[in-house]
Design a protein around this ligand. Structure first.
Ligand code: TMP
Length: 261
């Protein structure tokens, strides 16, 4: 598959065209941002870990019938994915109250929710990704009822699957954000899960200690982001238990792979 020109650059990933008009390459950067791009840094090795973790999760989702854009991982930083038109909505699912929910509504941090809470945010950095309702989505025709219901059904199944997967390795899935898009393939216009699922887009707490194993380590200046993401990868069985992946090792791994391409 020939890599073509850059067609989109986001905060954490770059999308390149390929020789197939329905497929693109998704490149994972080491850039980290928070609070709508106000806080920025580069964390060496983050992209490599997110590429591996997201590949692992999305390929497991395909096996349980949750359709997504992943075709295959190409190398340490890149995946071949289906080209989609991203729906400009961030879908957030919460199992435990924290983050913006606690700030917005005064709910105590760590409150276990009676049932999963779905929230919608408009994907618009200039507006600060504002919270929107189901009625906004329907009123402005961002999705029709059938499409929104299909996505909600997928979100519930996805949450159940991810809760179980992380619980099995001693991690609480506190909340996460996902995106969906319309595929272009053979005029089908199917809705599939896109983007990534990684410690950048989930809140993950150790079951016993509540230690944060996700991007809150960057948002809250807790440090040790790479060891936390590495711990998630090891527990999911992506990296061997004995491999001690430091930022330097991850970078080395990544450059070795690049040279052998
Ligand atoms: P929040 O508590 O800041 O609203 O975040 C809810 C979840 O969504 C949390 O797992 C982090 C994730 N998230 C993103 O992936 N991207 C974003 O831009 C934001 C604001 C949150």
């Amino acid at each position: 598959m020939k890599k073509g020109k850059k067609i989109y650059e986001g905060k954490a990933k770059i999308i390149y065209a390929t020789s197939d008009k329905n497929l693109v390459i998704q490149y994972f950067k080491d850039d980290a941002t928070a609070f709508n791009n106000q806080k920025k840094s580069t964390i060496e090795g983050k992209g490599v870990l997110n590429n591996r973790i997201s590949e692992h999760i999305l390929s497991n989702l395909s096996e349980v019938g949750i359709k997504n854009h992943l075709v295959k991982r190409i190398n340490m930083r890149e995946q071949l994915v289906k080209l989609v038109d991203i729906i400009p909505i961030e879908f957030v699912i919460r199992n435990i109250a924290t983050g913006s929910l606690t700030k917005r509504l005064g709910i105590e941090d760590g409150t276990v929710l009676e049932r999963p809470l779905i929230e919608y945010c408009l994907k618009d950095d200039k507006l600060g990704d504002p919270l929107i309702s189901r009625d906004h989505i329907l009123n402005f025709n961002w999705l029709n009822i059938a499409q929104l219901d299909l996505i909600n059904e997928n979100l519930t199944r996805l949450n159940d699957f991810l809760l179980g997967m992380f619980r099995a390795v001693g991690i609480k899935l506190v909340d996460f954000k996902v995106e969906f898009g319309f595929t272009h393939e053979s005029g089908k216009n199917e809705i599939v899960l896109a983007d990534e699922i990684s410690p950048d887009t989930c809140r993950l707490w150790d079951t016993i200690t509540d230690k944060k194993l996700d991007k809150d380590r960057f948002r809250k200046d807790l440090g040790d982001l790479i060891p936390a993401y590495t711990e998630v990868a090891k527990r999911l069985g992506i990296l061997h238990e004995q491999s001690n992946v430091s930022a330097v090792n991850v970078t080395k791994l990544s450059s070795v792979k690049k040279k052998t391409k």
